[in-house]
Ligand binder design. Sequence first.
Ligand code: ADP
Length: 161
Amino acid sequence: MTVALYPGSFDPITNGHLDVVHRAARLFEKLIIGVFETPSKSLLFTAEERLEMVRQAVVDVPNVEVQSYSGLTVDFARKVKALAMVRGLRMGSDFEWEFEMAMMNKQLCPELDLVCLMASLKYQFLSSTILKEVASLGGKIDNLVPKHVAEALRKKVGSIR
Ligand code: ADP
């Protein structure tokens, strides 16, 4: 079975991430979404909250599984027997970082290959970071995330404000 891992912080999951999930789920027999518990960036949601939001967002995709992980992504990829790692590439912002990480991951785990899917045009400028910024300022986010994520965001920023 061809298994792929789509790792990320998903703080929170957006429609841009979901677009990548649906496209990757068509390419591989099984797609595992890996929610990285402890990224070095500052987070709005806890690991459990991020995991639950991702789970809810993909309940209707039969060949997608969601797991959280810590430590090296390549170690998690080995554990779940992934053949490939999936990442999304937005114009300008992602390429250099993904390239650098891919080179390092290749050193650490030569048998794992990286598959990058170009972000769809309508999600090119969508990031969890900008989404959180807009939500914290009371802007409309409903067309950018699933309903349960929009609600969780409003609740979270409301409790922080
Ligand atoms: P990380 O902290 O690992 O970058 P993110 O949750 O920010 O985790 O992103 C996970 C992956 O999804 C990355 O490959 C990122 O480039 C990709 N991604 C993020 N937003 C989008 C989007 N709007 N369209 C396509 N891919 C995206």
